[in-house]
Design a protein around this ligand. Structure first.
Ligand SMILES: C[S@@+](CC[C@H](N)C(=O)[O-])C[C@H]1O[C@@H](n2cnc3c(N)ncnc32)[C@H](O)[C@@H]1O
Length: 248
């Protein structure tokens, strides 16, 4: 899908701010090489670099990559798809925040991730887990009917089964409720305009606006209070290591 990279940074910076907890799990070390998969506008990629690691940011959105390169010109940002990429040299870790729920071909993505890791290397990721933003999904379908969702929100069991198929060993996994505040009367419509564009891609611009307004109105009674919307994020967080015993 296409991204409004400026609006993402302006009003939805909580995505990479919350990513700090995932960075702590990654614990990047000086001298390591690390891939940031779905790097977006590059803030977490830069945080990995500032720990002294050599980092590559990979993303499939030209708009996000343009922002990332403008923000952090010294970092190696590359265009690529999480379900199709290959690196010239294997890395010590693959890190990914708020991206893998956009990658429905999860087998292909995990295959690429496992192939990109050195034996013993680690995969540390957080993304939307089972039940993520369910009220928003329900409201979108109530307004738009049975349109295909761009999102894939697996359970721990589903994703760790895939991980283990490709020679990665799950060390830790969590499904975490994290209600997230989005400020302002127009906050929900803005959120939908940044993250839910695929739902309305076949509509005319005026129809898109009114569809998102209807979705927000459905959510308002339960999700808007004192000028703040609550979006019921639910995150799947995973730490896995490449065992070295099996080649993907
Ligand atoms: C919500 S943003 C998160 C960006 C960044 N990781 C952060 O924490 O700010 C999701 C990112 O995933 C990227 N993305 C979605 N599908 C992708 C795919 N198949 N391959 C690579 N990147 C993808 C999008 O382009 C976008 O930059």
């Amino acid at each position: 899908m296409s991204w409004d990279a400026k609006q993402y940074q302006r009003r939805h910076s909580y995505v990479f701010e919350y990513g700090q907890a995932v960075l702590d799990l990654l614990a990047p070390q000086s001298g390591e090489t690390i891939l940031d998969l779905g790097c977006g506008s590059g803030q977490l990629t830069a945080a990995i670099a500032s720990a002294g690691a050599s980092v590559i940011g990979l993303d499939s959105s030209s708009a996000m990559l343009a922002e990332a390169r403008a923000n952090f010109p010294a970092i190696d940002f590359r265009f690529g798809d999480a379900a199709e990429f290959a690196l010239d040299h294997p890395v010590d870790a693959v890190f990914s925040n708020a991206t893998l729920h956009w990658v429905k071909n999860s087998d292909a993505a995990v295959h690429c991730i496992a192939r990109a890791l050195k034996p013993g290397g680690r995969f540390v990721a957080e993304f939307g887990g089972h039940g993520n933003i369910q009220p928003v999904v329900d409201a979108l379908h109530a307004v738009l009917g049975p349109v295909e969702s761009p999102w894939y929100y697996p359970t721990i069991g589903e994703y760790t089964t895939i991980i283990e198929r490709y020679g990665l060993e799950t060390r830790e996994a969590w499904l975490i409720d994290r209600p997230t505040k989005v400020e302002g009367e127009d906050g929900m419509e803005d959120w939908l305009g940044v993250f839910a564009r695929d739902f309305v891609r076949d509509l005319e611009p005026a129809q898109r606006k009114s569809a998102f307004r209807s979705v927000a109105e459905r959510l308002r009674p339960t999700k808007f209070r004192d000028g703040v919307w609550t979006v019921d994020y639910r995150r799947l967080r995973i730490v896995a290591h490449k065992t070295g015993a099996r080649k993907p």
